[in-house]
Design a protein around this ligand. Structure first.
Ligand code: PGA
Length: 248
């Protein structure tokens, strides 16, 4: 089940021109540098550009993911986007549980579980984020916090559904701050998360690290035994930096 994965989480960045020119240049460079299929590369642009991104990347080694979905199928939810709408434009992957969604949009575990259920119903792959705050880490609560985030969400899923997940460990204090966790801290947490899935499902999932990965530190993170790749924010916005991370 484990594979090498790099995901660009563009958050609320890049307009139409920036999105399309990034993707076209990225494809050209991948072709020129013969970057091959032994890894999965996923780009998560903003909602308005998912369709065009998917069209540009059709038939290539790159995939597109949405950054969010609503948990209802359809209805009077002004400003929201349903999973069936995304499916109708060919999207099959979504990031859920990101700390920015939890913090700024009050997404608690019960809401996330509803989102997981509807995403699975439509056959989506889910990149599910977990991670502790600095206060929780200072109290040495990080393992309990992450276990609880999984227990109240992903662990409600069946063995069959679990195969649709990638887990991203993103310590909140390291996201967009330039502060990274140490390799040792990340390795320990990844080993812990892996053991939880092995114990409950007997499945060895891909577990990604996210939090201020850049072109200089990516390689050392990816060398750790239990790190299968990265969820990259800031450093995925610049083509040269992101290419270097992918090559790492
Ligand atoms: P960052 O963001 O790389 O800018 O820290 C990572 C993320 O939020 O996924």
């Amino acid at each position: 089940m484990r594979k090498k994965i790099v995901i660009a989480n563009w958050k609320m960045n890049h307009d139409f021109y920036e999105t399309t020119s990034f993707l076209r240049s990225f494809l050209r460079i991948i072709f020129e540098k013969k970057i091959n299929h032994n890894k999965e590369i996923i780009i998560a642009p903003s909602f308005p550009f998912l369709h065009i991104s998917n069209q540009i990347l059709q038939g290539t080694i790159l995939h597109v993911a949405a950054q969010n979905i609503h948990y209802m199928e359809k209805g009077s939810y002004t400003g929201e986007v349903s999973v069936s709408m995304l499916k109708s434009i060919g999207i099959q992957k979504v990031i859920l549980g990101h700390s920015e969604r939890r913090e700024f949009f009050y997404e608690k575990n019960d809401i996330l579980l509803k989102k997981i259920k509807i995403a699975l119903k439509y056959g989506f792959h889910i990149i599910f984020c977990v991670g502790e705050t600095d206060i929780e880490r200072n109290k040495n609560q990080q393992f309990n916090v992450v276990k609880n985030q999984l227990k109240e969400t992903v662990f409600h899923c069946s063995l069959n559904d679990i195969r649709s997940f990638y887990i991203a460990y993103e310590p909140i204090w390291a996201i967009g701050t330039g502060k990274t966790a140490t390799f040792e801290q990340v390795q320990k947490m990844h080993q812990f998360i892996r053991s939880l899935f092995l114990e409950k499902y007997g499945i060895n999932l891909s577990i990604l690290y996210g939090g201020s990965i850049n072109e200089n530190n990516a390689k050392d993170f990816f060398l750790q035994k239990d790190i299968d790749g990265g969820l990259i924010g800031n450093s995925s916005l610049e083509l040269e930096k992101f290419i270097k991370i992918v090559q790492s």
